[in-house]
Design a protein around this ligand. Structure first.
Ligand code: AVI
Length: 318
């Protein structure tokens, strides 16, 4: 198996250049802070819409999850970040259970988890936060045994940042950690008009652009590259065939970028206009999401949506 540095290098020397399978490179400390700003942008409807679905339906989501089985509930979250939306569900779960609840947020960013922990302590004091600093994409997570019902939350449409194979692998791993009666709550962004999608990934304040260009800064700092960020710009494309928003960084001139990897020097050549495909945001149809969940051995039990049917929050059972 290739190590991360080699994977990055191979993605950059290939034609076309792509790092879209390494989307976690976006979430260094700086990138995590920028992402917190993305979710506040007017154009980025995804977070806002999901939050309002959760607010309107949190009690029902918890009741359906526990399914009147009189069981204790624990909540696990993949890519939890600062857990700002999850606090809505945690408050509903504490109310329903009438006692403290264990919450296991998993994320690569330790600063985001620290913030999650301190804000939850104020917002929902009856939650016992047990954070795991982990890259759930590259490292498998193991849950301690539990006698009650486990709900794994995977919201924010993060599943859309993976290829179909990767997405199936991630969901199958979640499935392996669960037992009969446990559930997955998946938030997904649905297929819609590119006139809504494209501004969502190209806000007028340039926050999304900064988020993607920050990957180059991350590569410079951690992996020995010397990208000049002024010589690249962000570019967004709607790929209708694959039903995904593609994010690229484009070279503004013909140039060479150096990388020192294990004391060996490598040169990456860019033509003017050549791009690095840096991230995908897949937008799903009902059929695609059903197939993805079924391939990972989950069955859809209930779907909550907004008035435009932009975002779906799906309760799927093992
Ligand atoms: C985390 N993920 C679901 C975001 C998305 O919508 O694909 C990442 C993002 N990239 C640019 N803007 C938001």
């Amino acid at each position: 198996m290739m190590n991360v540095a080699d994977e990055i290098l191979s993605g950059l020397v290939n034609h076309p250049k792509s790092l879209s399978n390494l989307q976690w490179l976006h979430y260094d400390h700086e990138g995590s802070l920028i992402f917190e700003k993305i979710v506040l942008q007017d154009e980025y409807y995804v977070a806002r819409t999901e939050r309002s679905i959760l607010k309107s339906n949190a009690d029902e989501i918890i009741v359906k999850t526990v399914d009147n089985r009189n069981k204790r509930l624990r909540i696990v979250e993949l890519g939890a970040g600062t857990a700002s939306k999850t606090s809505i569900l945690l408050a509903a779960a504490v109310k329903h259970q009438g006692s403290a609840i264990d919450y296991f947020p998993i994320d690569v960013s330790s600063s985001a988890l620290t913030e999650a922990q301190s804000s939850l302590t104020c917002l929902v004091p009856d939650v016992c936060v047990i954070p795991q600093i982990k890259n759930y994409v590259t490292d498998e997570f193991i849950l301690p045994n539990f006698d009650g019902c486990t709900l794994v939350i995977y919201i924010g449409s993060s599943i859309g940042n993976f290829s179909r194979e990767e997405a199936t692998r991630i969901l199958s791993h979640v499935h392996k950690q669960l037992k009969a009666g446990d559930a997955l709550l998946l938030g997904v962004d649905m297929c819609q008009d590119p006139a809504v999608l494209l501004p969502a990934y190209n806000d007028k304040n340039g926050v999304t652009s900064a988020f993607h260009l920050n990957v180059l800064r991350h590569l410079n700092r951690e992996f020995g590259y010397n990208f000049d960020l002024d010589q690249f710009r962000y570019k967004v494309i709607w790929n209708k065939h694959h039903s995904r928003v593609e994010k690229h960084v484009e070279s503004l001139c013909s140039q060479q970028v150096k990388c020192i990897n294990q004391s060996e020097e490598h040169i990456i050549y860019f033509n003017q206009g050549e791009t690095i495909h840096i991230e995908d945001s897949q937008k799903f149809t009902n059929e695609q999401i059903t197939m993805l969940l079924n391939n990972a051995a989950f069955q859809i039990e209930h779907i909550w949506s907004d008035e435009h049917k932009w975002v779906n929050i799906i309760l799927a059972r093992v």
